[in-house]
Write a protein that binds this ligand. Structure first.
Ligand code: ZN
Length: 442
């Protein structure tokens, strides 16, 4: 069994890895490193870049070293609908003559992205429900195990073969009250552990945090406390969160209705992720919100809100300070709505720890403060497991080999320290790898 670490092992973003088993390769995730792309657009560079140029500037994972083996690739498996896991598929998937497999929601988001990017993919889409088994080839079967994270229909992927089980466990937490969907399938995880897991690639993002990641139920309470507790008389309430965080959006709607305000969702990515969830029947927000994706309608709505500030809750894009998002444009007076002293801006998120994002957020907050808006930050719990969850996960799965993923060396080292403490041997059974490396396991 050979594991190729392609992206997301030297940075937080552009996740991608591949496994070779008896001359057949399965790819897991094809993610974007988003900040680089957004900042390039912000600098006015609207030039169409080729896939290779995007790889060179670090927006896409560098899969060129896989190219000579591209004929061996039998499937591309996408773990969930976040851009740092699926966003590169519209650019890279065409290189491989194989199907793309994901849960229905992930596939729906991918289809929207392919349409928006105006690309054509010949790959067949296969929507696989969690806890299903799928035969990729005579030797390899894929199993999706239901997990919880910060969007919907997230799975742990297990590959079954004669060489043992390979587990791709990137982006999850143990949430017994996820708001939408079921708790993780612990029974299945234990079953896999008993059968024997050869290699597990594990989300190490928060592995230095010595705690258990709290449930979405806690985030809901934090949000409720702010939204119900703050003095919002004659003030606008604006909430920004990850557009794909459907459970969080559901909570915002619940509280907005209780406050008797009209709830307006503004921005293209909110439109994309919420429309897909509605189309698949995961949520039904239609009667409760206005969902506005496109510029002219956004402007019209904002002028209306400006005149009735205390009648609305604005939910908009821009939680990471993305240039071009609704909140960034509001902060720069580019839209027909002005903040007034005491208006409320709730960041129901955390800042993604990349240098570009941290800088973008600082700039946004400075501008909002100049306008005298009140800022409520970190009204959020993470979607990623923390160290004590890692310990439980490793005890359940008992993988022979661990490869930490989802971060730079510092983040990967957190999981490596824990694994060593639990009896794993550095470079023998716990492998801290960088982008562009290969590990062969006998
Ligand atoms: Zn994710």
């Amino acid at each position: 069994m050979k594991v190729y670490t392609i992206g997301g092992f030297s940075e937080v973003g552009k996740n991608m890895c591949a496994v070779e088993i008896e001359d057949e390769i399965v790819i897991f995730d094809m993610g974007l490193y988003l900040p680089k792309l957004l900042n390039r657009e912000e600098e006015g560079d609207t030039r169409e870049l080729s896939t290779n140029e995007l790889i060179k500037i670090g927006v896409l994972p560098d899969d060129t070293f896989l190219e000579e083996n591209s004929h061996k690739v039998k499937a591309i498996v996408i773990s969930h609908a976040h851009l740092d896991h699926v966003g590169a598929a519209p650019y890279l998937a065409a290189k491989y003559d194989c199907p793309i497999i994901g849960t229905p929601y992930t596939i729906e988001i991918l289809k929207t992205m392919v349409r928006d990017n105006e690309v054509r993919l010949k790959n067949k889409y296969i929507a696989l429900t969690s806890n299903d088994l799928y035969k990729i080839s005579d030797n390899i079967k894929l199993e999706f195990v239901n997990m919880t994270h910060s969007t919907v229909q997230v799975v742990l992927c297990a590959l079954h073969s004669d060489e043992g089980i390979f587990v791709y466990a990137n982006d999850f937490k143990f949430d017994n009250n996820p708001g939408i969907g079921k708790a993780p399938n612990y029974k299945k995880l234990e079953e896999l552990g008993k059968k024997g897991v050869k290699v597990a690639v594990i989300d190490a993002l928060n592995s230095k945090e010595e705690k258990r990641t709290p449930s979405e139920k806690i985030a809901k309470e934090l949000l409720k406390d702010v939204m119900y507790g703050v003095n919002a008389v004659n003030k606008v309430i604006l909430v920004t969160t990850f557009s794909s965080h459907i459970p969080r959006l559901k909570s915002i709607i619940e509280f907005g209705k209780h406050l008797n305000r009209n709830i307006v969702f503004l921005g293209r990515s909110l439109h994309k992720y919420v429309s897909a969830a509605q189309k698949l029947g995961i949520v039904d927000f239609k009667r409760d919100i206005e969902l506005i994706g496109y510029s002219n309608s956004v402007k019209k709505k904002l002028s209306m809100i400006e005149k009735n500030r205390d009648k609305y809750i604005i939910v908009c894009t821009g939680n990471q300070g993305e240039p071009g998002s609704i909140l960034s444009r509001l902060s720069k007076n580019e839209l027909p709505f002005g903040f007034k002293d005491g208006d409320i801006v709730i960041f129901s998120c955390r800042t993604i720890p990349t240098p570009e994002t941290i800088a973008n957020r600082e700039l946004l907050e400075r501008k909002l403060k100049q306008k005298k808006a009140r800022i409520f930050k970190d009204i959020h719990v993470s979607g990623h497991l923390a160290r004590e969850d890692h310990r439980d996960f490793i005890n359940m799965m008992k993988p022979e080999h661990i490869i930490p993923a989802h971060g730079d060396i510092e983040k990967l080292t957190g999981l490596s320290e824990l694994a060593t403490e639990m009896g794993y041997k550095f470079n023998k059974t716990i492998h801290v790898m960088q982008d562009g490396s290969v590990l062969e396991v006998k």
